[in-house]
Design a binder for this molecule. Structure first.
Ligand code: NDP
Length: 599
């Protein structure tokens, strides 16, 4: 039966449309559709920000804490350790500087899409206020360097260092870190802050290796070719594959510079209002001590479905949960579950209608506007926000090549083929994102080898196993900072800081108490995994109705995917659990070994 809500929503028709759009995107090969950036594709991973080879003498020294990854996760862990008086800390990163995501990604238009006053960590500690509500990439990268300088984290850092293996040495209770420089460094503790989306991925499009023009991934932008201001693209035919959050930010810049731009789309993003603005100096001057913590907390509560008396950030992110009851935690459980499911669905349809109406308002060509409309639930894919992206398709030199969910058909020596039509190109850019859900070792480029020679890849073969979303049994003195089995957030530095503060506390406790080993017990780990699984059941139905993407392992949201998902709960519940555990102070769930503290 067709049901209409208000005068606009035909619920049955929308359900049908979403299901059709999902079906045409589902592929049997799932995440195997992507090719690894390795072998003949290794050039897509080359660091464009350094010249020549870097060599140094091998190191065999020992530190208290080795942190793998010098992005926000590593920097925050280093900063929190320093604040607790832990001195012998070493950041290790394959990049030539700190920054992680913000080191690698320097594509034109790059900016944070969460408000910078809550996204950029440690602002008060460093006495810095970003210049815009949504800071550009260069400002965020500079902030990363500022953190490293402020907390003296460049000292002892090993940059341009590829870790090859990290192995537990039971005889000495140390981790041994082997690298491309012949290092065999030792560390009492390791913190894995490798990043959640760090390894670029490429689509397995037939002929991808044959293209003879210039080609690169957005996270390794080739400014030698494009020119710093993209001035060399005048007179060039440029193609970009992918229309996710990265493409949304860089497409307007490519369009302004290229002679002709072809945007190859498989699934359109939802693109909502951005409304960036410069920081009001009077507002910045009036900020009171504690302002950032309060603002971050307020943003976290509102974007993870809670209620707060005021909305400090007041942007498209914080308005979403008011409109979408899907994530809300204000239900007392008394409402009829069916009724609640219906409300959720209707609110989502209504929000997505708003997004689709925005396309109609901003895009003049009707066919192009139709192709740019997303037909799926709001949180099926990463929401995007931009005030120029959609209008870019009104330009004469921009063509949207919509593949109707099938993806690019073929790549040839001279360009891209879709539906039998060849698009000759001088330059082909892959805005195709990063590996999610592949094996741990494939993503990090090395394996972590714990007690009795077990590798983390094998230990997690059938799904992620952690205690507190951080520690794995058989991997003593090791912390794995990632979103798996940790709290839900759209503001990743918030989660990283929650984890960094916790990791630093446990390490400082161990060093202070003379504990040589802290290891998650198998019981505590099993209980955490069970909790994660139990709490993720509500996502099953939704994942099955969502269009494929990295959020649902390309439509294969099985139990393994659920096991690697968030620790769902109230907005700050994950952080609160860790805080309460620290207050309790007896390291419950860990086996602790060492002089006088064995238990
Ligand atoms: P995504 O994984 O989000 O997007 C990849 C794009 O490539 C999708 O549009 C995908 O289509 C498309 N694609 C993949 N294979 C093919 C194919 N065979 N043919 C045509 N198109 C194809 O990567 P992004 O780099 O855009 O974003 C990754 C994440 O990085 C974001 O989700 C976000 O978390 C983060 N990010 C954050 C920003 C910030 O400001 N904080 C800015 C930019 C990114 P399909 O959707 O059909 O799979």
């Amino acid at each position: 039966m067709t049901e209409t809500v208000g005068c606009a929503l035909d619920v049955e028709a929308l359900r049908r449309k979403y299901a059709e759009e999902r079906a045409r995107r589902l592929r049997a090969d799932g995440i195997a559709q992507y090719v690894e950036v390795a072998g003949e594709f290794a050039r897509f991973d080359k660091d464009p920000w350094v010249d020549g080879e870097f060599t140094r003498a091998p190191r065999t020294d020992e530190v208290d804490v080795a942190i793998v990854g010098a992005g926000f996760g590593g920097l925050l862990t280093g900063a929190r350790l320093r604040q607790l008086g832990v001195d012998r800390v070493r950041l290790i990163d394959r990049a030539a500087d700190v920054g992680g995501t913000w080191y690698w990604n320097r594509y034109p238009g790059i900016a944070c899409d969460v408000e910078s006053y809550v996204y950029m960590p440690l602002l008060e500690e460093l006495g810095y206020v970003p210049t815009e509500k949504y800071a550009k990439g260069a400002e965020i990268f500079a902030h990363c360097k500022r953190i490293a300088e402020h907390f003296d984290l460049y000292r002892d850092a090993c940059l341009q260092t590829d870790v090859h293996e990290i192995r537990w040495d039971a005889a000495t209770s140390r981790w041994i870190i082997r690298t491309n420089h012949g290092d065999q460094m030792r560390a009492k503790f390791v913190s894995m802050a490798n990043g959640y989306q760090a390894k670029p991925k490429l689509p397995g499009i037939p002929g991808i290796a044959t293209f003879r023009g210039t080609t690169f991934h957005t996270s390794r932008w080739d400014y030698d070719y494009t020119g710093q201001r993209l001035e060399n693209l005048a007179g060039k035919r440029v193609g970009i594959i992918g229309t996710g959050a990265t493409a949304v930010q860089c497409v307007p810049h490519l369009a302004a510079a290229a002679q002709q731009l072809y945007v190859f789309q498989r699934t359109p993003s939802s693109v909502d209002v951005r409304a960036n603005e410069p920081t009001d100096q009077r507002w910045a001057d009036a900020l009171q001590p504690g302002w950032q913590r309060e603002r971050i907390q307020n943003f976290q509560i509102l974007t993870a479905g809670g209620q707060a008396p005021e909305d400090l950030v007041a942007d498209a992110w914080t308005s979403i949960t008011r409109k979408l009851p899907v994530m809300r935690h204000d239900s007392d459980g008394s409402s009829d579950p069916e009724q609640r499911t219906r409300e959720i669905e209707l609110a989502d349809f209504s929000k997505m209608e708003e997004i689709r109406a925005r396309v109609d308002q901003l895009v003049t060509d009707r066919g192009t506007a139709e192709a740019l409309k997303p037909w799926y639930g709001y949180f099926c894919k990463r929401p995007c926000f931009h005030d120029e992206y959609l209008q870019t398709f009104n330009r004469d030199n921009v063509t949207l090549v919509d593949t109707e969910g099938r993806g690019v058909e073929r790549i040839t020596e001279s360009g891209v083929v879709v539906d039998g039509v060849a698009y000759p190109l001088d330059c082909l850019i892959f805005a195709t994102g990063f590996e999610v859900g592949t094996d741990y070792c494939r993503r990090t480029g090395f394996d972590l080898i714990g007690r009795d020679g077990v590798t983390l890849t094998d230990y997690w073969r059938h799904g992620v196993r952690t205690f507190q979303g951080l520690c794995a049994h058989r991997f003593p003195n090791c912390f794995i900072e990632s979103i798996a089995q940790a709290g839900l957030t759209v503001n990743f530095p918030y989660l990283l800081d929650v984890q960094a503060s916790h990791v630093a506390w446990v390490i400082a406790w161990a060093l202070e108490h003379g504990a040589t080993e802290v290891e998650a017990s198998s019981d505590a780990e099993a209980a955490w995994v069970d909790t994660v699984l139990a709490r993720s059941t509500a996502t099953v139905g939704r994942a099955k109705t969502c269009t494929p993407g990295y959020y649902n392992r390309e439509g294969k949201a099985d139990v393994k995917t659920r096991q690697g998902s968030f620790f769902f709960g109230a907005p700050t519940e994950y952080a609160d659990i860790l805080q309460a555990w620290r207050t309790q102070g007896n390291l419950e769930g860990f086996t602790v070994r060492g002089a006088g503290v064995d238990r």
